[in-house]
Ligand binder design. Structure first.
Ligand SMILES: [Zn+2]
Length: 262
């Protein structure tokens, strides 16, 4: 198979991390998630594979996950601080180089004008080759993938990708700060409804890194063994040919053929 960049083509089927990197022309990936541990469930093996190949991956969290966990004795502030530390450790396991935190409240994320502006700010600062985030559509086969904050995160990121990040008239205060508009080329959306998750990344060899990263979120696992079993089985089912994989809905936002206006 050709490894030449084919930026106008969606990736379909099982692809290796090398193919993903080369066909999408990835040097920088910016990931968005609603809570600490989201990215580790959805994409950490793919991120480990990409970062090992020299791709710079940064993560922007919308909330500190202050409504998470199972310990009623902890305050929301203590939970937020604990989960921020857990995410820093998990990020180090898979080679994420930076974690930034927005100040949305766990459980109350909405794709507001303000949040989309904060997301555009991060995008224009990092200028990634691809954006990774949640899918904005609900997956009915497993409702837990589609926490309302996940859907809102997906919706806000998709709205930021088009048109706000590339429109010089959107959020003019950002351009005034030197954060110039630019075009996002690729979106990789995790937690997609099954019929849309057509890109399966072969992460065989990186499955253990995902388990290790998930293990750093100690506060979230009431039954760590069950979680490991579930995640491992899920990666096996997505691969379907004896290995391990993670799946995404790949969207080509802009290619040389794209015609756009605002
Ligand atoms: Zn979450």
């Amino acid at each position: 198979m050709s490894t030449a960049p084919q930026p106008s083509t969606e990736l379909i089927g099982l692809v290796s991390p090398d193919e993903l990197q080369h066909r999408l022309g990835l040097s920088t990936v910016l990931a968005f998630a609603a809570h600490p541990d989201d990215i580790d469930f959805g994409a950490s093996a793919t991120i480990a594979a990409l970062s090992e190949r020299g791709v710079e991956v940064t993560l922007c969290l919308l909330t500190a996950g202050d409504a998470g966990g199972f310990d009623p004795g902890r305050t929301a502030e203590q939970t937020a601080e604990l989960r921020r530390r857990e995410q820093e450790e998990a990020a180090a396991v898979v080679g994420i180089s930076e974690v930034t935190l927005l100040d949305e409240r766990d459980g109350f994320v909405e794709p507001s004008y303000e949040l989309i502006g904060s997301i555009v700010r991060q995008m224009r600062r990092v200028r990634p080759d691809a954006v990774l985030s949640f899918h904005p559509e609900r997956a009915w086969d497993r409702l837990q993938k589609s926490h309302p904050d996940h859907l809102a995160c997906g919706e806000a990121v998709v709205r930021a990708c088009y048109p706000a990040v590339e429109n010089p008239f959107a959020y003019p205060e950002l351009a005034a700060e030197g954060l110039e508009p630019f075009k996002i080329r690729h979106l990789l959306l995790m937690g997609a409804p099954r019929h849309l998750a057509q890109t399966r990344v072969d992460v065989t060899g990186y499955q253990q890194r995902k388990i290790e990263a998930l293990g750093r979120h100690f506060s979230q696992h009431r039954d760590a063994e069950k979680m490991v079993g579930f995640v491992t089985e899920q990666m096996r089912q997505i691969h379907a040919e004896g290995g391990f994989a993670e799946d995404f809905h790949h969207v080509v936002v802009n290619s040389p053929e794209t015609i756009s206006g605002f």
